[in-house]
Design a protein around this ligand. Structure first.
Ligand SMILES: [Mg+2]
Length: 170
């Protein structure tokens, strides 16, 4: 099969752990939030954009995060709850997509090849994104291209764009 004709969309939940924490506690909205182990040797599992502005990032020692962003909300994290929301999103995708792969707790690849012409796939992906946001309450971005690698890069670009949460690459 000619790989140029494939349509692969990558969906990635935005700051997934933080988004779930915000669903459970709306006071965290708009605030720097850092999720991770609380012990001296703990590391940052996830952080909000507001915390990233202070230089905090995933896998950073919690000790350093506390120095950089002492006023953040610190949350231990609840993997059971994150898994539950992850399954909700997978379920929505499963109901909609002909072929998908769950790549991690917050990422899915969907193969839309043969479903429609390229622009049909873009519209379809936009609609699926809206459905996921509506039904799960979680923000999500996607990238669409002819393969997994480029789609993932496109999702990253979409994620950095506040206005548009999708990116298309040919
Ligand atoms: Mg993500």
């Amino acid at each position: 099969m000619n790989t140029d004709n494939r349509h692969i969309v990558h969906f990635d939940l935005d700051s997934f752990f933080v988004s779930v924490e915000r669903l459970m506690n709306s006071r965290l909205n708009g605030m720097p939030v850092i999720v991770g182990g609380m012990s001296d040797r703990g590391v940052v599992a996830a952080c909000s954009y507001e915390a990233r502005k202070f230089g905090v990032h995933s896998a950073m020692p919690m000790k350093l995060a506390r120095r950089l962003c002492p006023h953040a909300f610190y949350v231990r994290g609840d993997m059971d709850e994150y898994s539950r929301y992850s399954r909700i999103v997978t379920q929505i995708i499963e109901e909609s997509a002909p072929l998908y792969e769950k790549a991690s707790i917050d990422e899915h690849y969907l193969d839309l090849t043969g479903m429609d012409r390229f622009f049909g796939c873009l519209k379809w992906s936009h609609e699926l994104r809206s459905k996921i946001i509506r039904e799960s309450g979680l923000p999500i971005s996607f990238g669409l291209s002819v393969n997994k690698t480029v789609s993932k890069i496109a999702t990253g670009e979409a994620n950095q764009t506040v206005r548009s949460k999708c990116c298309m690459r040919r």
